[in-house]
Structures are given as structure tokens and as C-alpha cells.
Ligand binder design. Structure first.
Ligand code: SF4
Length: 226
């Protein structure tokens, strides 16, 4: 099955896949994506309404007391460094971009706490620029479905997805793969018995590779201790 055919199937299962992070402006999307690192969108959505009610834009958030921001987002993982980052990010937006979120990859990546994935999501969702953000769901699904190799790093996965999926489908394809990973082919309990991709799924290969990596890591730790 080609990348586009895989998306066709996923879109039958999830015709309305979209960005689930609550936001009203590119700034709020950027902050929400930064907050979502290593935590779920659902937990980010629990803190952002209060955060954005108090500090809706870069101009207000840059002046916030970091401890107050920490208190507002303390239910999410890594909240201390994230609070620091979003205040610094707001300051940088005001200093360098008149308080507006830039749309180029280079400018976005120059901001505190903004990496490749965040820049891709913002470009795609806020500015509709064809991009393919690779998060944990996208990486797992791409590997299980053979769109990338099990040993590929996120950048290689992104490059392969961009090659194997039609450019005009990149933005929606990102949401499709996330929904499929979040609600169907989950990390621990995938619904394989109902899956349209079971005949070519590489889950076993990926599991074996990850188990091998874990063993190697354990052995290295033991060696270091000895
Ligand atoms: S067969 Fe199972 S693991 Fe493979 S893609 Fe389908 S749901 Fe995911």
C-alpha cells in the first residue's frame, strides 16, 4: 500500500482528524505545542484555558512572573522548564518579531523551547504551509506501517513521509497518523484484529528492535557499574 492509500484507509476510520490542542491564535498554538512535549494534548488542554485567560498573548506572557506561570501549568510534566521557556519565548517574540509568531522554519526554531516538531506543527496548523511534524505517534505508526525503517530517527521518518505521501496531503496526513496512533494503533493496546493494515504490519519487527535496544542499554549500564 502506498502512503496515500494508507491515508485513504485512515480517513475512512477518522474522517475528522485535526489538531486537538485548544488555541485561538498562532501564539496560543505555539505555546500549547511547547507545553505538549512529553505530555498528552488532553493534559495540556486542562491548563491552557486558565493560562490564556490570564496571559493571552506574547506581550502579556513576557511580563508574567515565572512562578505564577508554573503554578498555572503545574499539572503537566516538566512544568518548571516549560514555564521558563514560554515566558522567554514570549519575550523573544516581542523583541524580535513585534509580538507575532513568525512562519519560517529558521525563525521558529530560533525561539526558546521550539524544536523541529513544534516548528512543523505551527507552520502546518497556523499557517497552512505543507509540513510533516513527527511526534511519538507519527513515528510509531510510520514504522509499524513500513513507511519508515524501525531504526530511523525522527528526521529520517519525516523525510520518508514527505517522500511517500503527496505534498498536498502532508498537513492532514500528520493529523491522520496522530489520530490513528492515539485512538486505534496505540502503543500498548493496538486494535490489530480490526486493522486494515494487519497483512503488512511491522509491529513485531519494531518491538524486537526496541527490546534489543533496551537490552543493549541495560548491558551498558551494568558495564559502567562494574
Ligand atoms: S495491525 Fe495492529 S499494530 Fe499493526 S498497524 Fe494495525 S493496529 Fe497497529
Amino acid at each position: 500500500m502506498t502512503g496515500d492509500e494508507i491515508l485513504d484507509q485512515i480517513e475512512i476510520l477518522f474522517p475528522d482528524a485535526e489538531c486537538e490542542l485548544l488555541h485561538e491564535t498562532p501564539f496560543q498554538l505555539l505555546v500549547a505545542v511547547v507545553l505538549s512535549a512529553q505530555t498528552t494534548d488532553a493534559s495540556v488542554n486542562k491548563v491552557t484555558p486558565a493560562l490564556f485567560a490570564r496571559w493571552p498573548d506574547a506581550e502579556s506572557l513576557r511580563q508574567a512572573d515565572v512562578h505564577e506561570v508554573e503554578k498555572t501549568i503545574q499539572t503537566i510534566g516538566l512544568y518548571r522548564s516549560k514555564a521558563k521557556n514560554i515566558v522567554a519565548l514570549s519575550q523573544a517574540l516581542v523583541d524580535q518579531f513585534h509580538g507575532e509568531v513568525p512562519s519560517t522554519f529558521k525563525e521558529l526554531q530560533s525561539l526558546p523551547g521550539v524544536g523541529r516538531k513544534t516548528a512543523n506543527v505551527v507552520r502546518s496548523v497556523a499557517f497552512d504551509v505543507p509540513s510533516f511534524a513527527v511526534d511519538t505517534h507519527v513515528e510509531r505508526i510510520a514504522k509499524r506501517l513500513g513507511l519508515a525503517k524501525v531504526e530511523d530517527d525522527p528526521l529520517k521518518v519525516e523525510t520518508k513521509l514527505r517522500r511517500k505521501i503527496s505534498r498536498e496531503r502532508w498537513n492532514q496526513g500528520h493529523h491522520d497518523l496522530i489520530f490513528f496512533g492515539r485512538y486505534f494503533c496505540t502503543a500498548r493496546k493496538p486494535r490489530c484484529e480490526e486493522c486494515p493494515f494487519v497483512s503488512f504490519c511491522k509491529k513485531d519487527k519494531l518491538d524486537a528492535y526496541q527490546a534489543e535496544l533496551k537490552e543493549k542499554k541495560k548491558a551498558r549500564k551494568q558495564e559502567a557499574k562494574a
